[in-house]
Design a protein around this ligand. Structure first.
Ligand code: DQA
Length: 145
C-alpha cells in the first residue's frame, strides 16, 4: 500500500513555527517515526509552499497512491483549485489539521477541502497524520504492495 502525505504552505517550518500552536517537533523527525510505526506501508511525504505544486502532487498521487493525507495549511481556507483537484481524483484523501482550527480565528473555521475529502482530523497534533494512515491501513485491508 502506498500513502502520500502532502503538507502545504509554512508546514516546512514545523518545530520552530508558533510552537505553542503546532508543537516543537519538526515534520521530518515525526515522519521517520511514522515510517517505523507503519513499516509495512510505502509512506511518502512531500511539502510545498506553492498551490500549483500541490495540485501536481494530487494529480500524480491520484493515479499512483492508494491514499493521500493532505494538510493544505492556509490553502484549505482559500483554494477552490485544491478542492477541485481532490474531487477530480479517484484516490481517497483525508484532510489533517494539526491545530483545532474551529477553536481559532473564524477564517480558519471553513475548509473548501472538507466536503471533497473522505474525512477530516483536526486538533490532534501531529498524531492526526498517524490516525489518517491507520484509517487507510484499515480500509485497504493491510495491502502490502
Ligand atoms: C493548519 C491550520 C491552518 O489554518 C493554518 O493556516 C496552517 C496549519 C494546521 O495544521 O493546523 O498552516 O493547517
Amino acid at each position: 500500500m502506498h500513502i502520500l502525505i502532502i503538507n502545504g504552505p509554512n508546514l516546512n517550518l514545523l518545530g520552530s513555527r508558533e510552537p505553542e500552536i503546532y508543537g516543537s517537533q519538526n515534520f521530518e523527525t515525526y515522519f521517520n517515526e511514522l515510517r517505523s510505526r507503519f513499516s509495512g506501508i510505502h509512506l511518502e511525504y512531500v511539502q510545498s509552499n506553492h498551490e500549483g505544486a500541490i495540485l501536481d502532487h494530487l494529480h500524480q498521487a491520484g493515479i499512483a497512491a492508494d491514499g493521500i493525507v493532505l494538510n493544505a495549511g492556509a490553502y484549505s481556507h482559500t483554494s477552490i483549485a485544491i478542492a477541485d483537484a481532490v474531487a477530480a481524483i479517484q484516490t481517497p484523501v483525508v484532510e489533517v489539521h494539526i491545530s483545532n482550527v474551529h477553536a481559532r480565528e473564524t477564517f480558519r473555521h471553513h475548509s473548501h477541502l472538507s466536503a471533497k475529502c473522505v474525512g477530516s482530523i483536526v486538533g490532534l497534533g501531529l498524531e492526526g497524520y498517524a490516525l489518517a494512515v491507520s484509517y487507510f491501513q484499515k480500509i485497504q485491508g493491510g495491502k502490502t504492495d
